[in-house]
Design a protein around this ligand. Structure first.
Ligand code: FEO
Length: 172
């Protein structure tokens, strides 16, 4: 059974994951209208993953005797100066999500809620992976600079990154 404090903290995270899904959906749209099909598909997939992160929390809250709250969301930014700026925002956002997960883990320890603590370890591992992926992408973008041919190849190759990351996604 979840304590009220844990339920509230988990519900806060539900909102963070839902807003992440919206942010990446807006990025997908921006990339798609710019003709960056590979980047757009990558962002659509990221958006879907964030919705899964949210659903996993929703189900956990409800199964543990709480009530998941589906709240209004903040409207995401929909335009970017460059695709580099867009990926910088993605990286910054993932760092923010990691901090949010860490705060949540901290609360579970304070409250001695070891089952929720155990449940959250999946998110801790996921954040390490997502931050690493965002950092790899930014490194590649910095290598490309203003080279149009490089951007073309990046847009093509990022789809493979998507395939590789979805192939390693656990199916539970
Ligand atoms: Fe669910 Fe990318 O944080």
């Amino acid at each position: 059974m979840l304590s009220k404090k844990i339920e509230e903290a988990l519900n806060k995270q539900v909102r963070v994951e839902a807003e992440s899904s919206q942010i990446y959906l807006a990025m997908a749209c921006w990339a798609e209208v710019k003709g960056l099909e590979g980047v757009a598909q990558f962002m659509y997939d990221q958006s879907d993953e964030e919705r899964e992160h949210m659903l996993k929390l929703v189900k956990f809250i409800n199964e543990r005797g709480g009530h998941a709250r589906i709240s209004a969301l903040k409207e995401p930014n929909v335009t970017f100066k460059s695709f580099k700026e867009m990926f910088e925002k993605l990286f910054e956002h993932e760092v923010f999500v990691s901090e949010s997960i860490n705060d949540l883990v901290h609360i579970t320890l304070e409250q001695k809620d070891y089952s929720t603590h155990n449940f959250l370890q999946w998110y801790v591992a996921e954040q390490i992976e997502e931050e690493a992926m965002a950092r790899t992408i930014l490194d590649k973008i910095n290598l490309i600079g203003d080279d149009k041919g490089g951007l073309y190849l990046f847009d093509r190759d990022i789809q493979q990154l998507t395939v590789a990351s979805s192939a390693s996604t656990p199916t539970d």
